[in-house]
Design a protein around this ligand. Structure first.
Ligand code: C2E
Ligand code: CA
Ligand code: CA
Ligand code: CA
Length: 282
């Protein structure tokens, strides 16, 4: 048997070596990107329904790599490598600081200070004292922490298998004055029990819930019951990845608080997002 497949074994070894080389190359590029400050943030608006029309009520910050040759690189193409190499901590803090400085500027310019949420990688959350750096940045920038929300993925909370630890973490986020949301809810095997144990402020329903465009009565019933549970627990609800008018109509009617998705707006450069903001009503 061994003789039958010598070439495929060699091929495998060869491609593995190539992949390793590629990874080292990409890592070098990534480290340079940090040194050259090639990362920026895009803001995707979250909309609320008010008097029959949707208005901007917040944003999620999403990182982008402005690559000198390749243009705008989406996070899916470099976050996994950041996570494998520990660079993710640096990236998340960089994004967080950019958002703090932005909120500070909005306050100075008299723009409506809508809340902005920032993603936190699960790798990052497991490290001891990880919130210390967030506290330092809050203090250094002097931003109003109530405008900030950390998005934690439910995966995080699952793999730690320590609901108690996750709850402590959320409480410490609250002590810093920030809000906390449970991201990608429903993307994996979510448990409603999590909502009983974790004092999150916001629940982000993953777009997997809307995969059938909410055409089936079953998926409508599931979404309705999650929204009503969130409401009963006084947890704000956000539906993610909404692309169709019909989905939005259903969600508004079912009592969803906020909608984020291409239907209303894609992630935008900060200046484009700012042009959507009304002046602050002082
Ligand atoms: P996420 O946190 O679930 O963010 C939402 C993703 O869905 C974003 O992709 C957004 O552009 C995309 N999206 C928004 N509306 C729609 C829609 O209507 N349809 C579809 N198909 N997609 C939509 P993006 O910007 O490529 O980010 C991908 C993931 O990368 C994020 O998923 C998040 O997990 C991660 N990420 C982004 N920025 C950061 C960051 O600063 N730190 C960390 N740790 N992760 C980040
Ligand atoms: Ca997110
Ligand atoms: Ca999400
Ligand atoms: Ca996601």
């Amino acid at each position: 048997v061994a003789e039958e497949y010598p070439s495929s074994a060699a091929l495998f070894d060869g491609s593995f070596a190539v992949r390793q080389e590629e990874e080292i190359e990409r890592l070098k590029e990534l480290e340079q990107a940090f040194a050259r400050e090639e990362f920026c943030i895009y803001l995707q608006p979250k909309y609320r329904q008010r008097d029959g029309h949707a208005e901007v009520a917040g944003a999620e910050a999403l990182v982008r790599w402005v690559h000198p040759g390749r243009g705008l690189v989406p996070p899916g193409e470099f976050i996994p490598l950041c996570e494998r190499t520990g660079l993710i901590r640096q990236l998340d803090l960089l994004v967080f600081e950019k958002v703090c400085l932005l909120l500070k500027r909005w306050a100075e310019q008299g723009l409506a200070e809508v809340p902005v949420s920032v993603n936190v990688s699960r790798q990052h959350m497991k490290t001891a004292h990880f919130l210390d750096s967030y506290r330092d940045i809050l203090q250094r920038t002097g931003v109003d922490a109530h405008r900030l929300e950390l998005e934690l993925t439910e995966n995080v909370l699952f793999t730690t298998r320590e609901i108690g630890e996750a709850r402590d973490l959320i409480e410490r986020i609250h002590q810093l004055g920030m809000h906390c949301s449970l991201d990608d809810f429903g993307a994996g095997y979510s448990s409603l029990g999590l909502l009983k144990d974790l004092p999150v402020d916001t629940l982000k329903l993953d777009r997997q819930f809307f995969a059938d465009s909410l055409h089936s009565p079953r998926s409508q019933a599931v979404v309705r019951s999650i929204l009503s549970l969130a409401r009963a627990l006084e947890i704000e609800s956000v539906a993610e990845g909404i692309e169709e008018e019909g989905q939005a109509a259903f969600l508004w009617e079912a009592g969803c608080d906020l909608i984020q998705g291409y239907l209303y707006a894609p992630p935008l450069p900060t200046a484009a997002f700012e042009s959507l903001l009304p002046p602050a009503n002082n």
